[in-house]
Design a protein around this ligand. Structure first.
Ligand code: NAI
Length: 339
């Protein structure tokens, strides 16, 4: 027992020293928002982050001053929309997270946010393509199914698109799917890791319970799938006009950033479902798709296939692919019309 503890402590020390050896600047664009603030806080607590760069159109220096008092090693800087603000925020970044944009109000779908968030994301993606073209770009701003393709088009137009470095963050769907099954089965949610594929909106979110050995049926299965697909609505409704998921999203975004940092610092076998440029359904007009993705020093290391699924999951997947094709082409059409 003691020996085991000692080995664990040594491996922890090794992890820590490996993490502090490498400089990892992480930038948050939209850092003063409902997601941005707790996300920045969690990143400040991550020893793998050596510099935390916070940008927003309002309040970023204040958030940076506040978080900067926390006694962990990373340096924190705040940046405003001055002539050089975005450039300074982005230069040298290894990871850029974008939670900038407006959230939903009750009754809204993620697609209702399209017009406002599409232009915000276009502006920020353009700055990333100019000042941090090699960073891993993590898109949180909704509708993710359309904002990710918009980013890809911006990067292509600038001649710097690297499909291995662009990620739509769908981690919250995995977090919810894992939490919700644990509530049904009475298991420890921390030990659950339900694979969720497709996209990040309603019917495009497809949880694959069967791959974790679960087989709910009938109403129980329908209710579970609905809750995973529309879990965000529970939060929007409960917040009653004051926004959507922020704290659970911050946790999910920080988890995904941590996975990328682990992978870039040499850890093998780091796998997260994420919405990436994927070959799996290109023949059905879907250029981006979330499945399990192995991460590595170059970003996407290996895109896993969907794998074995049930007939019910296949039906969900067919609906998903049809919706996704529309969401993706909406983003591409928009950026072509509004370059
Ligand atoms: P919020 O309104 O609280 O914060 C957004 C922040 O973005 C604000 O501080 C605002 O000043 C900033 N901002 C706006 N335009 C900007 C620009 N051009 N440059 C830099 N910053 C800018 O919204 P919240 O709740 O933080 O949500 C942000 C986005 O995340 C929304 O689009 C929401 O739908 C999405 N979201 C995504 C989830 C996911 O799973 N991917 C889950 C939950 C929300």
């Amino acid at each position: 027992m003691f020996a085991a503890r000692q080995v664990f402590a040594q491996s922890q020390r090794r992890c820590f020293s490996a993490s502090v050896r490498q400089a990892s600047k992480v930038t948050v664009l939209g850092a003063a928002g409902g997601i941005g603030q707790p996300l920045s806080l969690l990143l400040k607590l991550n020893p793998r982050v050596t510099e935390l760069s916070l940008y927003d159109v309002r309040l970023a220096p204040g958030v940076a001053a506040d978080i900067g008092h926390i006694n962990t090693k990373s340096k924190v800087t705040g940046h405003e929309p001055t002539a050089s603000g975005l450039k300074e925020a982005l230069t040298g970044a290894e990871i850029v997270l974008i939670p900038a944009g407006v959230p939903r109000k009750p009754g809204m779908t993620r697609d209702d946010l399209f017009n406002t968030n599409a232009s915000i994301v276009r502006t920020l993606a353009t700055a990333c393509a100019e000042h941090a073209p090699e960073a891993n770009l993590l898109i949180i701003s909704n509708p993710v199914n359309s904002t990710v393709p918009i980013c890809a088009e911006v990067f292509k137009a600038k001649g710097v698109y690297n499909p291995k470095r662009l990620f739509g963050v769908t981690t919250l769907d995995v977090v919810r799917a894992s939490r919700f099954i644990s509530e049904i089965k009475g298991t420890d949610p921390a030990n659950e890791n339900i694979t969720v594929i497709g996209g990040h909106s309603g019917a495009t979110i497809v949880p694959l319970l069967s791959q974790s050995g679960y087989s709910l049926t009938g109403e129980k299965l329908d209710n579970y799938v609905y809750r995973v697909q529309f879990g965000g609505d529970e939060v929007v409704k409960a917040k009653d006009g004051a926004g959507s998921a922020t704290l659970s999203m911050a946790m999910a975004g920080a988890r995904f950033a941590e996975s990328l940092l682990k992978a870039s610092q040499g850890q093998k076998g780091v796998i997260e479902p994420t919405f990436v440029d994927s070959p799996l359904y290109k023949d059905r007009g879907v250029d981006f798709f979330a499945t399990n993705v192995e991460l590595g020093p170059n970003g996407v290391e290996k895109i896993h296939p969907v794998g074995k699924i049930t007939d019910h999951e296949q039906k969900l997947l067919d609906v998903c692919v049809e919706d996704l094709a529309k969401n993706i082409s909406k983003g591409v059409e928009w950026i072509k019309a509004n370059p």
